[in-house]
Every structure is written in structure tokens, then in C-alpha cells.
Design a protein around this ligand. Structure first.
Ligand code: SAH
Length: 222
């Protein structure tokens, strides 16, 4: 999959997506991620990317011209153009799974007060929100979005099984996990995990996951 992230702060996405699993996914050729600066498509000498809102009001709005020029330069017929926005569709595991099957994602990041509505009306396919709060900068949301999508591309997680077992994929939150030592400050790992009885361990894990989901996210149980 190819992903082009368009923002005013490409350093943010480049740095974070150049580490750990995202770095490995790119080295393995499973994802090709480019962080591009919308300002590179401005044509005036001050490289203006934003302007005051029509009708008055606070802050600045990102202008149409550089955004259209940048996206038109990178998009292809099969591209999906996603705008990170607090007024978008709520992001979820289900959406991440859908996007992980795309060939080319163009991720547009707003800044200031947002972008001119004509970008949303005539250029963007989907608006996606990563949660009910407002960030200062869409590049931060794009990091979350791209990480969640890329880790679902087959082969990115070392063991394909691990994406299937974890929180949300099963419809439940993940239960507790332990590693060595067996006894830490008197807090012991539950005996069942040391029993070697795989069926009993699987049943215990499911029970724990269900109990946690009931307690923390009863909405997931419908
Ligand atoms: N005035 C806008 C907020 C702009 S925040 C409003 O009230 O809706 C600046 C940029 O940060 C947005 O354009 C968007 O790209 C990004 N952003 C902020 N919060 C976000 C969220 N919850 N999900 C996705 N993107 C977000």
C-alpha cells in the first residue's frame, strides 16, 4: 500500500512513522509512506497556505489552491482521499480494516481552524475523526490513523494471529497479560496461566476479556 500524508508539518509524521513497526513495514515493502508539505505547492512568494475566514470569526482557514494542487499531484484513479477532522466519521477497528485493503491512501491534515469547505466537497472522499476532542494539528491524527491501518496489512505484525486476537478484533477488550517473574513484590501471576492446560487458559482468558468489557465498555456487548 502507498500512503501520502499531506500536512503543514511533515516532520511530525515522518519522525513517528520512521520508527519501530512502521519502519519495518516500510523496509519490508508492505507500506510506502510519504510525508509531504502542502506549502511546497504554494505559488506566492510568502508560501501562503491559509487566510482569514469569510464572514469573520477567529483563526485562519487553509486555502483551496495549495491543497488541490498537492492532492492532484499525488492522486491516482484508485486513490482514497481521507481528511482528518473532528467532524468526521468516528475511527474504529472496522474502519481501519477497510482502509487496510486500499491500494493508495491520501491523508489530508488540517491546521488552524480547518480547511476551506470546497476541499471537503470536491476533493475528499471521507472525513475521519480519531475521537471526540480537538487536536491542534491534523498530522497528529494522521499518525494514529496510519499506524492503526498499516498494522492490519497482512505481514506487518510478525505473527498474523496477533492482530486477530487483540482488543476490538474479537469484539471484546483484551484481558490481562503477564510475563516473568512469577512473583513480583508478592503479586503473583494467576496459577491458571502456569498450569499448562491450554483449554482452561483459553476459557479463563475469554472470561477475563468478557468481564473487562462488561466493566469498561458495556456498549461493545450491545
Ligand atoms: N475548528 C475545527 C478544529 C480544527 S483543529 C473544528 O472545530 O472542527 C485543526 C485540525 O486538526 C483539523 O483540521 C483536523 O485536521 C485536525 N484534528 C483535530 N482534531 C481532530 C480529531 N479529533 N480527529 C481528526 N483530526 C483532528
Amino acid at each position: 500500500m502507498r500512503i501520502d500524508i499531506l500536512s503543514l508539518f511533515p516532520q511530525i509524521t515522518e519522525a513517528a512513522l520512521g520508527e519501530s513497526m512502521m519502519k519495518r513495514a516500510q523496509e519490508a515493502g508492505l507500506a510506502e509512506i510519504h510525508s509531504l508539505n502542502i506549502r511546497d505547492w504554494t505559488t506566492d512568494k510568502h508560501h501562503t497556505a491559509d487566510d482569514a475566514p469569510y464572514g469573520g470569526g477567529q483563526g485562519m482557514v487553509m486555502k483551496c489552491e495549495p491543497i488541490f494542487a498537492s492532492i492532484e499531484a499525488v492522486r491516482r484513479p484508485e486513490s482514497r482521499v481521507v481528511f482528518m477532522s473532528p467532524s468526521g466519521r468516528p475511527f474504529s477497528h472496522a474502519l481501519a480494516t477497510e482502509y487496510s485493503r486500499e491500494q493508495h491512501l491520501v491523508v489530508l491534515c488540517g491546521h488552524y481552524e480547518g480547511v476551506d469547505q470546497r476541499v471537503i466537497d470536491h476533493l475528499v472522499h471521507d472525513e475521519v475523526s480519531i475521537g471526540d476532542y480537538v487536536l491542534t494539528n491534523g498530522a497528529i491524527a494522521a499518525l494514529v490513523f496510519v499506524d492503526a491501518v498499516v498494522r492490519l496489512i497482512p505481514g506487518v505484525l510478525g505473527d498474523d494471529q496477533s492482530a486477530q486476537d487483540e482488543s476490538f478484533a474479537t469484539g471484546l477488550l483484551e484481558g490481562p497479560q503477564y510475563t516473568r517473574p512469577v512473583d513480583f513484590r508478592g503479586w503473583r501471576v494467576p496459577d491458571i496461566l502456569l498450569s499448562g492446560n491450554h483449554a482452561a487458559i483459553a476459557a479463563w482468558r475469554r472470561e477475563q476479556a468478557l468481564a473487562k468489557t462488561k466493566r469498561v465498555r458495556p456498549d461493545l456487548l450491545g
